[in-house]
Design a binder for this molecule. Structure first.
Ligand code: SF4
Ligand code: SF4
Ligand code: SF4
Length: 422
């Protein structure tokens, strides 16, 4: 085992291999507050990559209703339970949230899935704490859709008095998921064939199917359950980060790096994907005008999914405002309260950057803001708010402008002659 630095945990941790980092890292931010569970992302991936025989139960992109839904069934409950049993001290964080980019959420003092395995008495042959879901847990990707948790904790038992922020008594939310192309991938760590690798140019984690022999160690190890076994070929497969689009080599991209299929199809405009600069210790290098760097490291509204697992996932989420905080802290770590507070009271820059989501399929590398006039002023929940119609401009890899958009959405009035046309 080597010691590597995990900035999401604010400390070093054990990992089976020495640290090796890409120049840039595939990363994304999903704004859960906007997801409508239309499943356009799910179907965009399915119809592109997993529509063949033997892939019927294979959903690289999925959207599940929390807290009851999950694909595979109960994946998060099961891995959290394993981690809790291995962690007598439970999953505690110390030090508090800070502005230190190397320990933004404090320090995780529990054991990660790489550390907990050393304490386990029943899986001595494994390098990562995990479990292999049985076949029937992969067959219902949308189980418990829209099933809320009531005040009493009983599924579908609604609270009688209606709901009000800051926290709803009856609640659910949609969690969109793909492979996190982790900085310390558990799938890669567990593979005895060394069939899984992380690309040095963009950090996308790929599985070389010619090397795979179907031992399913990756399926067992990935805590997010994002590698999947294909029974008719007897090898495993996983999300490929739509790498031809990201490289700009897909015929549709015309040489320009484009966002993946699941990102580009997002109806709710919840998704932004990018390639962030990586520092020599694996943390994010400062890149102030990169929209993902801004959301994660400056505004601090986007948080990693289950950072305590230790894989340093590169998927970040703006947490849903209405969900009980304890549940969210378990899922996204101690940064939740700060993230929600900032998202609910966005400053001028955050409001402008939030307009960048899904205005284009091309990958944004930098943004600039041009200040505009004050267009709205009001008191809202005890605070005075002011909204300015700023213009936010996005630039691509080559430094050329991709598009510009404003905070205030333009109003289009349909001319009379088109009134009844579709
Ligand atoms: S999410 Fe799972 S499959 Fe994807 S890189 Fe991380 S450990 Fe591997
Ligand atoms: S990045 Fe591409 S391969 Fe991965 S889930 Fe999204 S659409 Fe599927
Ligand atoms: S396409 Fe977007 S809005 Fe629709 S389910 Fe997927 S993430 Fe949610």
């Amino acid at each position: 085992m080597s010691q590597v630095y995990n900035w999401q945990l604010g400390r070093e941790m054990s990992y089976p291999y020495d640290a090796r980092y890409p120049g840039r890292q595939f990363a994304f931010v999903f704004n859960i507050n906007r997801c409508i569970a239309c499943q356009s992302c799910t179907m965009a991936c399915k119809s592109t990559w997993t529509f063949n025989k033997g892939q019927e139960n294979m959903w690289w992109a999925n959207v599940e209703t929390k807290p009851y839904g999950g694909y595979p069934k109960f994946w998060d409950v099961k891995i959290l339970d394993l981690l809790n049993r291995a962690n007598p001290e439970r999953q505690r964080w110390t030090g508090g949230v800070s502005d230190d980019p190397k320990a933004m959420y404090g320090q995780f003092s529990g054991m990660t899935i790489f550390e907990a395995i050393k304490k386990s008495i029943d899986v001595q042959s494994s390098r990562v704490l995990g479990y292999l879901p049985p076949d029937d847990e992969w067959t219902s990707p949308n189980i418990f859709e829209d099933n809320p948790r009531g005040k009493t904790g009983v599924r579908n038992k609604l609270h009688e008095t209606g709901e009000q922020l800051p926290v709803h008594n009856t609640w659910f939310f949609y969690l969109a998921r793909i492979c996190n192309h982790c900085t310390y991938p558990a799938c890669l760590a567990a593979c005895p064939r060394k069939a899984i690798y992380k690309r040095p140019e963009d950090g996308i984690v790929l599985l070389d199917e010619s090397q795979c022999r179907g031992y399913r160690k990756c399926v067992e190890a990935c805590p997010y359950k994002k590698t999947m076994y294909r029974p008719n070929t007897r090898i495993s497969e996983k999300c490929i980060g739509c790498f031809p689009r990201v490289e700009g080599t897909d015929p549709e991209t015309n040489g320009v790096p484009m966002e993946t299929r699941c990102m580009a199809a997002c109806i709710g405009q919840i998704r932004m994907q990018g390639l962030v600069k990586v520092a020599p210790d694996g943390s994010w290098a400062e890149d102030r005008q990169h929209p993902l760097y801004y959301l994660v490291h400056v505004a601090k509204v986007a948080l990693p999914l289950y950072p305590q697992f230790g894989t340093s996932p590169n998927g970040y989420y703006i947490p849903p405002r209405w969900v009980p905080r304890e549940y969210l802290r378990q899922m996204f770590g101690p940064g939740v309260d700060r993230a929600i507070e900032r998202y609910e009271n966005p400053d001028r820059e955050l409001l402008a950057v939030l307009q960048l989501f899904r205005r284009s399929n091309r990958i944004i590398f930098r943004y600039e803001i041009k200040e505009g006039p004050l267009v709205y002023e009001a008191a809202y929940r005890g605070r005075n708010i002011k909204i300015y119609n700023d213009t936010v401009i996005a630039f691509g890899k080559d430094g050329k402008e991709l598009f510009r958009t404003t905070v205030q959405e333009p109003l289009h009035v349909r001319p009379n002659k088109h009134q009844n046309s579709i």
